[in-house]
Write a protein that binds this ligand. Structure first.
Ligand code: HAM
Length: 410
């Protein structure tokens, strides 16, 4: 038997229903916040991710599904959605419409060659949003509010962590001070962190190693060294969240694993799903459009990991829906087929093609989760009638076929 690849999963039955429900709910909320749907290719040029997510990130450095295609192009399966949306934004020349705001949402598979474990897959799905052209911190606030609303709608309890990653004014001197601090304790850090001092010192802050974390307690904190503008924005973001009644923690070690961030960064975590607790992450990326050769345009966005929230989602009670049509004779089936076509214009209809007795059809209707079981036997056919049972109200009746052909959506 051929199995799905390690770290990749089928979505089937309950998982598929949950996935569909999540996407529908999130799409509705995203539209309410003024976002519109965008779809970008799953395969992109490798250099797109090198330039945006960053060569020193684990995602690009270690985890890409990268290969040379038959035309000799260096390509890879997207590890995340932001880079592709920004590329599409620049390609559509939307960066030239200065002053305009563009808000997009997307969902689909992402690929990272990580070590699979609970909550960490090699193919996983994200629902994300990206907002372009809005520099105000109110937009950062709105995206956090939106995430809070999303998790509330899905019945999921989360904690909100925020941080500021500064800008080109305050980040470089901070990085230098941090490197000075890290070099002094380098001997005691884990090998990964030792390597990162030179490649990506900021990432050292969110190392999961306990000894590293203890050593980092005294490390300089960017939140205390922000420039005036970043500090003003970060303070305002906190005030807006407090006023809106959204509880948050400032986590000075929240740095995110992608290099394109600046300014506000945030993560939503769940305490109910084990070690891989981040259910959503995002932040500002005011320089990313430039990195991809567009005109400077501020941006901010987030992505939710669908698999991580799947089992936490409180689903609405499933209700019986639509019709099950069955025939007791081959002639009756011939009469059912045009009826099914008619009903399907506005109803869910499942047709059983094999002629069977009433009891077997009722069983079939129950299994198909239909609200109505409608059956035509020899006698009904001769009178142009059909027998119907409402499986919810537990009532049955025989009506002229014509009546059924004319029913309105209910
Ligand atoms: P990210 O934090 O790398 O951000 O991913 C967002 C979410 O995707 C995570 O919080 C997690 O729930 C889920 N996720 C990540 N890796 C895996 C995995 N291997 N298996 C299962 N779930 C996973 C981004 O991707 C950014 N593009 C978010 C963003 C959008 N920032 C601005 N705009």
């Amino acid at each position: 038997m051929i199995h799905a690849l390690r770290g990749m999963k089928d979505l089937i039955f309950d998982d598929a229903r949950r996935y569909e429900y999540i996407i529908q709910t999130l799409s509705r909320i995203a539209r309410n916040y003024g976002f519109e749907y965008i779809e970008t290719p799953i395969l992109e040029e490798t250099r797109l991710f090198k330039r945006s997510v960053g060569e020193s990130s684990d995602i690009v450095g270690k985890e890409m599904y990268q290969f040379t295609d038959k035309g000799g192009n260096d390509v890879c399966l997207r590890p995340e959605g932001t880079a592709g949306v920004v590329r599409a934004f620049v390609q559509a020349k939307l960066d030239r419409q200065q002053g305009q705001k563009y808000r997009f949402f997307y969902h689909g598979p992402m690929f990272r060659y990580e070590r699979p474990q609970k909550g960490r897959l090699r193919e996983f799905h994200q629902f994300g949003v990206e907002s372009f052209g809005e520099k105000s911190v109110e937009e950062d606030f709105t995206l956090i509010v939106m995430l809070a609303e999303i998790f509330e709608a899905l019945g999921i309890r989360t904690r909100v962590k925020i941080n500021s990653l500064g800008c080109t004014v305050c980040m470089p001197p901070y990085r230098q001070r941090l490197v000075g601090y890290l070099e002094a304790i380098a001997q005691e850090l884990c090998p990964d962190c030792q390597r990162r001092i030179a490649t990506n010192p900021i990432r050292v802050l969110d190392c999961k190693n306990e000894q590293c974390q203890n050593l980092l307690e005294e490390a300089p904190k960017l939140s205390q060294e922000l420039c005036e503008e970043c500090d003003r924005d970060f303070t305002r973001l906190q005030k807006l969240l407090t006023d809106a009644g959204i509880a948050y923690e400032v986590d000075t070690h929240l740095v995110r694993g992608l290099d394109y961030y600046s300014g506000a960064a945030f993560e939503f975590v769940s305490d109910e799903i084990g070690a891989q607790s981040a259910v959503a992450g995002g932040g500002r990326y005011d320089r990313l459009v430039e990195f991809l050769e567009g005109r400077p345009t501020p941006g901010v966005g987030f992505a939710i990991g669908i698999e991580r929230i799947m089992e936490l989602v409180r689903m609405p009670q499933e209700r019986r829906e639509g019709w099950y049509l069955g025939a007791m004779t081959p002639e009756a089936l011939d009469r059912l087929l045009p009826l099914a076509r008619q009903l399907r214009r506005s109803h869910r209809v499942v047709v059983e093609y094999a002629p069977k007795g009433l009891k077997a059809h009722l069983k079939g209707a129950d299994k198909a989760n239909a609200r109505y079981c409608a059956v035509i036997g020899e006698e009904e056919l001769s009178k142009e009638h059909i027998w119907i049972k409402d499986l919810e109200a537990r009532e049955e009746k025989t009506v002229p076929l014509k009546e059924l052909e004319e029913i309105e959506a209910q």
